[in-house]
Write a protein that binds this ligand. Sequence first.
Ligand code: PMP
Length: 420
Amino acid sequence: SYPIDVDAIREDFPILQRKIGGDVTVPGPSEDDDTPLVYLDNGATSQTPDQVVDAIADYYRTYNSNVHRGIHHLSQEASVAYENAHDRVAEFIGANGREEVVFTKNTTESENLVAYAWGLNELGPEDSVVLTQMEHHASLVTWQQIGKKTGADVRFIRVDEEGRLDMDHARELVDDSTKMVSVVHVSNTLGTVNPVSELADLAHDHGAYIFVDGAQSVPNRPVDVQDIDADFFAFSGHKMCGPTGIGVLYGKEEILEEMEPYLYGGEMIRRVSYDDASWEDLPWKFEAGTPVIAQGIALHAAIDYLDDIGMEKIQRHEEQLVEYAYDELTAFDDVEIYGPPGDDRGGLVAFNLDGVHAHDLSSIVNDYGVAIRAGDHCTQPLHDTLGVAASARASFYLYNTHEEIDVLVDAVDEARQLFG
Ligand code: PMP
């Protein structure tokens, strides 16, 4: 039995009723579609419930308007809704208020915002930035390139055999030269749940900031940024039942206050002359130009949707699914799963079938209607460390079932027969 009402939840996602298999050059159902969709690519992007689609439609149908500038009625309605969305995010992640919640395009932009606005100004050749070997390219490439521009040393905490961070190595790497520790909360490849509070303490002991990449944690488990004591925290709306085009950067108010803006232009200024300009209050200082209004309002609806169901319950549901998938897949002696055991990971499994390229595997699985991801999942250096070029990844969410995992496992078994 499930901690959540999966049947009722699935009704909110009409796309889960889709059949697939026909022409892919034109989006949407076609007459040849006959295979029920099993959507297990939630780590890449989640599906969107009617409640969120309705919030977007409602905005465009009834109060579409630019925010902040207008005295007119619609602009005020849009402004209130957009500002409230910041408050709702703040409440959801345990931030103090909207000053600490900046809307961006996605997690990647949130990383770049801090790397450019803070890193480029604050880092130099005497400094170091500490990452982990399991960072997503969003943080890895960003800090790597800021390291090249500033001369700061970029270091990587080792991942051990079980896919966990080597905390002894972390204590070696983080030293008084360290100004930033940037770590992924839940690895999108290994499923590892990293000890981010411990890493925050370690960073703070050396006077460094910690940036936590919560792209794979906020959608799937309760998160409190103040419990973690994160200085910065980032996630994306599209992985948590929200739309694409919105991400969040949380930052402690006193740090954001000190930081230079990242983008300049309208909406982020207070007073402008030909010679100079001053900045708007937080968070607007970091939201230059017309912001992500519809997306922000829709993110509010997505958070309401998840919170009504309950983040603890969603987490427990995913834990059941991932443990089941892990056990079923490891029963095949030619399947290798990366990362910690099934009872101690986030809701995803990346794996390889011996002798079969992940792309071929994913293509066979697709014939069964199952959507999984194949590739390096934006962790190429980690795949190098694992000694493989690619892996297949199944990632679960609140609407997935054991029966869907059975379809995946049957499809993997079929691939074993075909190639075995
Ligand atoms: N970090 C992690 C751990 C992720 O899984 C992802 C999404 N694959 C990102 C960052 C980047 O998210 P986005 O593409 O929405 O910027």
